[in-house]
Write a protein that binds this ligand. Structure first.
Ligand SMILES: [Zn+2]
Length: 123
């Protein structure tokens, strides 16, 4: 399934490893990229709306290029947690296959963030 134009534009704001990873996953999975790089205004808005625990500069979405990407299953239904789990497992498996170290927002202890995947520093 090719990514939509909007998804590709968002993905282009991300680190090359994330681009490589999500493009590979999108070959077999129906998914969409809803967030790549997040600017100062967007980050603060997300923080005040409770969508992010991070203030400006604390999120990997604020790196340029972005070290975090938010990916959702298509069709999108926020209540369908199993669909997020399934897509997440595929992304984690593909990352391992490509040798890319990432962390899944589902595994965050403070706020489970199912669509969120970020690069880890350790290589
Ligand atoms: Zn995120």
């Amino acid at each position: 399934m090719p990514l939509s134009k909007t998804s590709r534009q968002k993905l282009q704001t991300c680190h090359s490893d994330l681009i490589k990873l999500i493009e590979a996953v999108a070959e077999t999975e129906k998914c969409a990229v809803i967030c790549g790089f997040r600017g100062r205004y967007e980050q603060e808005k997300a923080y005040y709306e409770g969508k992010s625990k991070a203030k400006w500069g604390q999120s990997k979405h604020n790196f340029k290029p972005s070290h975090a990407v938010d990916v959702v299953p298509v069709p999108l239904n926020w209540e369908d947690i199993p669909a997020f789990e399934k897509l997440g497992e595929k992304i984690m498996a593909k990352a391992k296959e490509l040798g890319i170290n990432i962390r899944w927002g589902r595994d965050f202890t403070n706020l489970k963030d199912y669509p969120h995947f970020e690069l880890t520093e350790d290589k």
